[in-house]
Design a protein around this ligand. Structure first.
Ligand code: SF4
Ligand code: FE2
Length: 623
């Protein structure tokens, strides 16, 4: 129906939305429609609930209604406080993810973890060198222990700087110092946001936003970078591998297990446990052909990049996966997991299994995971799924056939390898104009935008204009579903980019991982800037988050801009109630960090802004 076609461009999603209608099941889209019209004060960021004299809301019209909160806070103050509290939430989420990886490395180096090992010794040594940890003649466990203690200490550090931020060009670090936004310990900056936004503390919108940027840098170059790098040490640095995406990766004759959420600590063990011969035998004894583990959201990105495991879908497809009636277990850890899954799973045989002490859900069975007994617990969880196969009602199964092949796993290291060992071929292609520039297109899905359309249309327009696209998160999954993550997709690229892709055998869109792996994009940008002897803000690069929704995305956008990269947002942030804050984000930021945000809900126009920005940067560089 018209309604369904307006909700998503993805054929599998359209079919499942039809199925949901048939079964009279509610999804996020239905709940969004019931929510309309959304609160006008909230949309503009003008509602304050920070103290109990409130809630206060500021009238967007100067001549009617209150212009100040009860404490005297203006629209500018309220909007700035609300915005940087979102940054605190997002930075906390990414950084806690990083902390969990540091913890897993610590336990592994101490010989206390249940099934993990240090897999990538090259990465381990490279990181150890950054921290000036002695590597000569030492065991990987000894080096790993020192590294784990060093990265663990970044979170609670009181003074000094976050080590990985020193990958940024010198000019960038100097600029951060000058602006007072070079972060100290990661947790310290997050706490300082919470302090400053308490009633009666920081009431200068500019000063508030600077603290927001500082905290976001602690996320991108700190917490997220730690999550990425330590994941590589423990599970291996991704290399190009073939995979598949979309709901059609669920199988009729197999026990289907979806690993959904964000941290690879759990999903790596689920993948390993699913290979256990006893469990496979048990699955066969239950009448299944085998065990089929697939991923969802960033967990999907993590395990597909490292093992080629298929991805069932992105954020807005999580409910639809359950509605297939073919999922024995939806296993979740943290972040972007809809609490709606509980009620929905009750309409099917699907077991909704939560695993993190930090994230419990109504209607979920809690099987708590810990690193010490990781393998044991993972087997228990997989066993629960296998047993549940007998409860599947085959009459209720509806799996859309759609799947798309893709090539994933382009870590920074893999990109250099694909280029033949140095960045030179990439630099030459940029200088010659074969590649106009590099874009990082990332972020969530959002019911406010037709599902996947923002992602796919923006990326298609970029590659048509010879922009090499790097991607992570739900954008990566959307673009993979659209078939753009295959070497053959270079046929859709402009002539220059097509030639480069064909020569190297790479897709025009490079899958760099999960949301925390945007740190990989920063690492590549830093390496390119350093090779050219310029700052990141001088490069023909741009970012976009066409369908963003989470607080994590606010932190991401902020650290990308703070790193000197112009960024286009495809959904409107809740800041328009303050012309001052809007002005800072879209204009004044240029004077402070050499980059700013733009908001453009039309993906083609959004791509146009990015391309124009790249053209201007190329001109300034004289290329
Ligand atoms: Fe109202 Fe000020 Fe309290 Fe916010 S902090 S709720 S604006 S009195
Ligand atoms: Fe994510």
């Amino acid at each position: 129906s018209e309604k369904i076609l307006n909700r998503s461009v993805d054929p599998a999603t359209q079919k499942m939305l039809g199925r949901a209608e048939e079964l009279d099941l509610e999804t996020a889209w239905d709940r969004y429609e019931k929510m309309l019209p959304q609160c006008g004060f909230g949309e503009l960021g003008l509602c304050c609930r920070i103290c109990n004299m409130g809630p206060c809301r500021i009238s967007p019209f100067e001549d009617t209604g209150p212009q100040k909160g009860i404490c005297g806070a203006t629209a500018d103050i309220i909007v700035a406080r609300n915005l940087i509290r979102m940054i605190a939430g997002g930075a906390a989420a990414h950084s806690d993810h990083g902390r969990d990886l540091a913890h897993t490395l610590l336990l592994t180096a101490q010989g206390k973890s249940g099934g993990y090992e240090i897999k990538d010794e090259i990465k381990l040594s490279a990181l150890a060198r950054e921290y000036r940890i002695e590597t000569q003649g030492r065991s990987k466990e000894d080096i790993g222990l020192d590294l784990a203690e060093s990265v663990y200490a970044e979170f609670g550090k009181q003074e000094g700087f976050v080590q990985f931020s020193r990958r940024a060009p010198k000019k960038r670090v100097e600029l951060w110092k000058k602006a007072g936004i070079d972060p100290r310990g990661i947790d310290r900056e997050i706490v300082e946001i919470m302090h400053r936004t308490h009633i009666g503390v920081d009431n200068d919108p500019v000063n508030l936003i600077l603290q927001g940027l500082k905290t976001s840098i602690a996320d991108g170059w700190g917490g997220s970078a730690i999550a990425t790098e330590i994941s590589d040490v423990l599970f291996g640095t991704p290399e190009p591998v073939r995979s598949m995406v979309n709901l059609g990766v669920l199988k009729h004759e197999h026990v289907n297990i979806i690993a959904h959420g964000h941290e690879p600590v759990l999903s790596e063990m689920i993948v390993a446990a699913a290979h256990d011969p006893k469990l496979v035998e048990q699955a066969k004894a239950c009448g299944a052909a085998g065990i089929n583990v697939v991923g969802m959201c960033c967990t999907g990105n993590e395990i597909s990049m490292r093992h080629g495991i298929p991805i069932a879908g992105n954020f807005l497809q999580q409910e639809l996966a359950v509605i297939t009636g073919a999922v024995e277990a939806m296993i979740v850890d943290v972040q972007c997991i809809m609490p709606a899954l509980g009620d929905l799973c009750e309409c099917f045989h699907t077991k909704f299994i939560s695993t993190s002490p930090k994230a419990k859900f109504p209607g979920a069975i809690h099987m708590e995971f810990n690193e010490e007994h990781a393998m044991e617990i993972a087997k228990e969880i997989v066993g629960t799924a296998v047993e549940n196969y007998a409860n599947r009602n085959k009459g209720k199964v509806f799996i859309p056939e759609d799947t798309t092949d893709c090539m994933v796993g382009f870590s920074a290291e893999a990109i250099v390898k694909a280029l033949g060992g140095t960045l030179d071929p990439l630099l030459d292609a940029i200088k010659s104009g074969a590649i106009k520039g590099i874009a990082g297109v990332v972020g969530c899905n959002n019911v406010k935008i037709k599902h996947d359309e923002g992602h796919v249309e923006l990326v298609k327009e970029l590659i048509r204009n010879n922009v090499l696209v790097t991607t992570t998160g739900c954008n990566a999954i959307a673009v993979a579903k659209a078939g753009l993550m295959l070497p053959e997709a270079s046929a859709q690229a402009g002539e220059g980019l097509r030639g480069v892709c064909q020569a190297l055998g790479i897709p025009p869109v490079l899958h760099m991982g999960s949301c925390v792996d945007i740190s990989r994009i920063l690492t590549v940008c830093a390496a390119v800037a350093n090779a050219l002897g310029v700052d990141i803000s001088d490069l023909p690069v741009a970012g976009a988050a066409p369908e963003w929704m989470s607080e994590k995305a606010v932190s991401i956008g902020s650290y990308v801009v703070s790193s000197g990269i112009f960024t286009v947002l495809g959904t409107v942030p809740q800041v328009l109630g303050s012309p001052l804050v809007t002005q800072i984000l879209t204009k004044t930021a240029n004077d402070v960090v050499g980059a700013a945000f733009a908001v453009e809900t039309d993906p083609i126009k959004g791509a146009g802004l990015m391309i124009a920005h790249m053209d201007a940067k190329r001109k300034a560089l004289g290329i």
